[in-house]
Design a protein around this ligand. Structure first.
Ligand code: NCD
Length: 321
């Protein structure tokens, strides 16, 4: 399990696709070692002092943007948050022109969230520093999958052999895609549960079992991961009504009863209580690990920044001193 950090020899993190089990384990091991630092009073380290990170978010975010900012600061990085709503993007500047403008200021890391699949990949071909995909359309959200994996691994000690049920809007979810890729690579068994309208056409190619009834999909699950209805990506109506949706696909005590008795409940956030998850289940202090996921978010992003920066062209092993 203790893969050496040099197993992760990359400059960009664009997706889980293509990462080996050793690379994933290397990120998780290093992230684990940052959890303690985040629980101290003095959380500030200097390992990446002198580096600059720009958060470039073209979509809304609470958890991801904040945790990248904290992760950077806790390693001594200078962090800039670009608010696209008040940037030159509003004046018609293209994604590439914005990125090239920022690139000229020599940031070491660009963290990008964008509504188009492939946006982070495109930027990685243009800029000199590292690019981290913080969510590109329906495609991937690699750091969220790593966060979820670390949360599970710390609770249950492993990923291999676990049964993970991912329920909700699979069709529009980059979190689901990245999680499926990661969990398959690490030897877990993934079941997805959604109404037929919210499952991607080629879901079976992703190597998952597809279920349309919660009772079938949740049976025997070690982990129940709930997803929000991503209405901002929907054109037209995918579910009859919110009430119907909650009745059939909302996680409550009754539906949860068919999962393993100690099954953990996860959600990447933002949660819509009473739509995909009942409040009582979401706040269950024994089984819900939703807040732990948020805590692990900072540690995982510290590990990713640490690892990627070792492969920047100007990296000095002594920290540049
Ligand atoms: C997710 C996202 O943006 O893809 N949120 C997150 O990063 N934690 C999921 C969502 O928006 O529903």
């Amino acid at each position: 399990m203790n893969a050496p950090a040099f197993a992760f020899a990359r400059r960009h993190l664009l997706g889980i696709e293509g990462l080996s089990a050793a690379e994933i384990a290397a990120v998780l091991d290093l992230a684990d070692s940052y959890v303690g630092q985040n629980r101290q009073i003095d959380k500030k380290g200097t390992k990446l002092r002198g580096r600059t990170l720009i958060n470039l978010f073209f979509e809304d975010s609470t958890r991801t943007r904040t945790s990248f900012e904290l992760a950077g600061k806790r390693l001594g990085v200078d962090v800039i948050n670009m608010s696209v709503g008040s940037s030159a993007v509003k004046k018609g500047e293209t994604l590439i022109d914005t990125a090239m403008t920022l690139n000229a200021m020599r940031p070491d890391v660009l963290v990008v969230r964008h509504p188009d699949s492939g946006a982070a990949n495109l930027l990685s071909q243009k800029v000199d520093g590292s690019v981290i995909n913080a969510g590109d359309g329906k495609h991937e959200h690699p750091t969220q999958a790593l966060v979820d994996a670390l949360t599970i691994r710390r609770r249950l000690g492993r990923l291999n052999g676990l049964v993970v049920a991912i329920c909700g809007d699979i069709l529009h979810s980059r979190v689901a895609r990245s999680n499926i890729l990661l969990l398959n690579t690490m030897g877990a068994r993934v079941k997805v549960i959604a109404p037929p309208t919210l499952v991607p056409g080629l879901a079976d190619r992703l190597g998952v079992e597809v279920h349309h009834h919660m009772r079938d999909g949740l049976r025997g699950a070690d982990i129940v991961m709930m997803l929000r209805l991503q209405t901002e990506r929907m054109r037209g109506s995918y579910v009859p009504s919110i009430r119907e949706y909650f009745r059939f696909y909302g996680l409550d005590r009754e539906k949860l009863a068919v999962a393993k008795p100690d099954a953990l409940i996860m959600h990447p956030g933002p949660m819509n209580r009473g739509v995909e998850i009942d409040t009582e289940v979401a706040d269950d202090i024994h089984r819900s690990v939703i807040r732990e996921q948020v805590e692990m978010g900072v540690a995982v992003r510290m590990a990713v920044l640490d690892l990627l920066s070792r492969h920047l062209p100007n990296y000095a092993a002594d920290g540049g001193k």
